[in-house]
Every structure is written in C-alpha cells, then in structure tokens.
Write a protein that binds this ligand. Structure first.
Ligand code: SF4
Length: 471
C-alpha cells in the first residue's frame, strides 16, 4: 500500500531545540562560557527552503511549547535528559521528534526509546533523506551518517542564533587519528582528519558577526606537514582578506613545531590556544593513551608555552584530575605544577567516562561506575563530579582532594599573579585579559556557591577593563 504524502497547505515548520542540563542551568547560562549550537545551524542550512525553521535555545530562553511539524534536538551526554524530557512533551501531542549529536550516536537504542528518529554520526549525508521521508510519511527510526568529504559543507544558519552569544564559532576540520581513552571524537567523527577547503572556510569566517571567534576543531593544525601548511593558508587568507577578529582554537602540542604557524596565527588574530595537556606525569599520559604528549615527554611543555608566548599567544592548558594512577600526592603535584607553570588559563576537569569511550567500556566492565541509572544519571556526567570508583582512594576522598587542589589553583591572588605573568610573557593585553577572564569564569563555575568574581572585584584596574572591552 502506498503511504500518503503529507499535504503541503502551508510550509512545514521545523523546531530546533538546544537543551541545557537543568542541574547546571545557572553555570551554563554564563554568556562567556557558551558557544552557539553550530550543529543546529548546519541542520537548518541543510533543510529545504519550503520549511520554516525556528531555534529554541535554552541557553537564552526558558522552554515554552511552540507548535511544529517536526522537532529536532542536538545533545551531549549531560544534556540528553533534558532533550528526552522535551521530546516526551512533543510526542504526547503526536509531533515527531529527532535527536542527533554525540550522545545519541553512541547510545542509539536508548535514544530511540525517547525520540522517534535517531541520527547516528554526522547528519550531513542523511538529513535530506530524513526530511524527504518525513514529508512522505516514511520516517525510519535510525539514519546512519557516513564520514564524508567536508567540501561544499553548508554554511551554518547564524541568523537563527541568539545575538547574545559573545563568541561566534567556526569549524574547519573534523576527525582525529589519536585514540585517547577518555575521548569519543575519533568514534563520532572518525580517525581520518578531514579538512574543509580554505576558501570555503574564509567565506564563512567573513559572515560571523561576533568580534571573538572560537574555532571549534579538535586540532586546528592537524597532525601532518600538509595540515600545518593548510593552517598557514587559512591564516594567510584571514590576513589577506583584512578580517580583523580575535580568535582562539584548540590544538595539540605539535602546534609549536613550526615557527611560521605561530607567527601567522598571531598576525591573523589568534590570542589563545587550548592545549590538551592532561597531566604532567608520564605514567598518567600513558594510562589514557595520550600518545602525542607521552612520546614528546612532559619536559617539552614549558618550551611549547614559551614559543606561544613569544608570539603573544596565550596557553589555555587543560588537565584531568582522577586519572587511573592518581594518588593524593599526584593531585597535589599536578596542582603544584600548574601553579608554578607559565600557563595563562587553566582548566581542570574530573575524569569522566562518557559513552563511546574506551574508558566508559572499561569502567562498566569492571563495575566501577558509581551511577548507572541511565538515562537519568547521565546528567551527572558533566566533568564536575566524580562518577566512578577510583583505584587509589574512595570516590569521596577523590572529590575532596580535587576540591582542595582547585581551591589552591583558582585562589584569587594566584589568578591575579597569573594575569600579570601573562601580560609580561605575551606582551599582549588582549591575550592576558582573555586568559584572565577564562580563569575567573572557570573559578565561578567550580565554586558556584561562593561569590562570583568579576574583573572589577579583582581590582586589576580600569585599564584592564578597557583593554577587555576593546578586545
Ligand atoms: S583528546 Fe584530542 S587528541 Fe585525543 S582523541 Fe580526542 S580529539 Fe584526538
């Protein structure tokens, strides 16, 4: 029997929803800590023009029911419960819901119990078919995307993003050949480092309204000479087109191998680079298969920081607390290392086993996950809570230890000293102020029950505030 097509008396309406973790609502509403939902902007761009599209972004507005023909969610592990909750509201009214993103891709069966359709992996290759199937009443439960070329990738519909986002975001590559134990990027985006053509990236860059940009790639420089040359082409293009923005990105420590990469990055507006350092201890790096850092040795870190500083670029160093071999003394040592280092902005997170990672599978097998009432317990998997049983101490001890060390690392006087150090080492007020703002913001997230610190509280001075505003 032929299925009837949906009648087109008016344009179809697609409602895109960016859900937030309700338990961490206040923190995630910090306008400096959040970035536009790029994936939903891309979904909007992939949707045919006879659809009317709205974006309900919980980063900026409370949910209130809006009628739609189809509702689509993106979500991370920590926000998936909210997506399921909102999906139930729509399904109760007979409105079909779709979920995609990294969590749904790793847990498709679970997601299919809460949403009518699950997009597994990247949506670009399957979204047109999904829309076609919806219009013809032939929706399937699963659509599995392939890792395809990024050439001709649609430009995200930024007109749908809330104007309150301080940072714009841009993606130039996907995929990672590394296999860090705690990371699901290689599972979600594949092990091949795929790159967008630079002209397409630059054209998109020019459309971003914000003055500050986050380049969301997991490693903007990539892992080969070719990818480093491509990055240089990108930076040269920004300069040649006269784009005057301040931007930051993520990279591995190999970013410092090529002096010209750093020089061009800085000239084109790079102010800060996030480096996944994870630990200053070799054994811990090996524990988590952080191969690139382990091969080069932690002794190289300081030289990498110095090279970035020489070009006025700050280091945003990320570390993990609660690695397999971490005893109490190791956590103290890590905090000592960070405090004494020349890193400009610090981000320490608690080891968190997310679905799709080797770590999650191992902890599950070893019965070491503390919270397994899924999906409800996913809301605890947000990097700020110990959700596993450590080998060297109890979970409560680990939690207390991390809290103590965070208190030392994010102590206001220490952050102020770090700001002065950044200013001296980078010679760049914008870099130093970005790093400082990041430290304050992260402190506020970690110590949510204490008074929020602002730049004014820290009495760095009006000159600093002026610099920040001009950034
Ligand atoms: S942490 Fe970074 S380097 Fe490691 S697998 Fe993930 S994206 Fe790749």
């Amino acid at each position: 029997m032929l299925m009837a097509s949906r009648k087109m008396s008016k344009p179809f309406k697609l409602l895109l929803i960016n859900p937030i973790n309700q338990h961490r609502k206040g923190l995630l509403r910090d306008k400096h800590a959040i970035y536009p939902p790029l994936s939903l902007g891309i979904i909007a761009a992939l949707t045919p023009s006879h659809w009317h599209i709205e974006l309900l972004d919980e980063n900026f507005e409370d949910f209130s029911f809006r009628l739609a023909d189809l509702v689509a969610f993106t979500s991370f592990t920590s926000t998936v419960n909210r997506a399921y909750e909102l999906s139930a509201i729509y399904r109760a009214r007979g409105i079909k819901t779709v979920i995609g993103g990294i969590h749904a891709s790793m847990m498709p069966e679970e997601a299919s119990a809460h949403c009518d359709v699950v997009v597994i992996n990247e949506a670009e290759g399957v979204w047109a078919k999904l829309i076609h199937d919806f219009e013809n009443n032939q929706l399937q439960t699963f659509y599995r995307g392939k890792w395809q070329s990024l050439e001709g990738m649609p430009v995200a519909r930024r007109d749908l993003f809330h104007p309150g986002y301080v940072f714009g975001s841009l993606q130039t590559s996907r995929g990672c050949p590394m296999k860090c134990d705690f990371c699901s990027v290689h599972t979600f985006n594949g092990s091949k480092y795929r790159q967008r053509p630079i002209n397409e990236v630059l054209d998109e860059f020019e459309t971003i309204p914000q003055q500050r940009i986050f380049v969301v790639d997991d490693n903007l420089i990539g892992y080969s000479k070719q990818s480093a040359e491509r990055a240089k082409e990108f930076f040269r293009g920004i300069i040649a087109r006269g784009i005057k923005k301040d931007w930051f990105c993520q990279a591995s420590i190999n970013v410092a191998d090529d002096e010209e990469v750093l020089q061009l990055a800085a000239t084109s507006g790079c102010r800060l680079i996030l480096l996944g350092l994870e630990s200053e201890k070799m054994e811990a790096l090996k524990d988590v298969h952080k191969t690139l850092n382990a091969k080069r040795g932690v002794g190289q870190y300081a030289e990498v920081f110095e090279r970035l500083h020489k070009h006025g670029i700050g280091v945003l160093g990320t570390f993990i607390m609660g690695m397999e071999s971490d005893a109490e003394q190791d956590l103290t040592n890590r905090a000592d290392y960070i405090i004494d280092s020349t890193i400009d902005a610090i981000q320490t997170t608690i080891m968190t086993p997310l679905p799709g990672t080797g770590l999650f599978n191992r902890y599950l097998k070893e019965n070491r996950l503390l919270y397994t009432n899924f999906p409800s317990d996913w809301s605890k998997y947000h990097f700020g809570e110990v959700v596993f049983k450590p080998l060297t101490m109890s979970s409560a001890q680990l939690s207390e230890c991390i809290r103590l060390q965070a208190g030392r690392m994010y102590e206001p006087k220490s952050l102020k000293r770090r700001f002065m150090q950044s200013l001296k080492l980078t010679g760049n007020a914008v870099t130093a102020s970005w790093a400082y703002a990041s430290n304050l913001q992260y402190r506020n997230i970690l110590f949510e029950h204490e008074k929020r610190l602002t730049i004014d509280d820290m009495m760095i001075g009006q000159q600093f505030s002026d610099n920040k505003e001009n950034a």
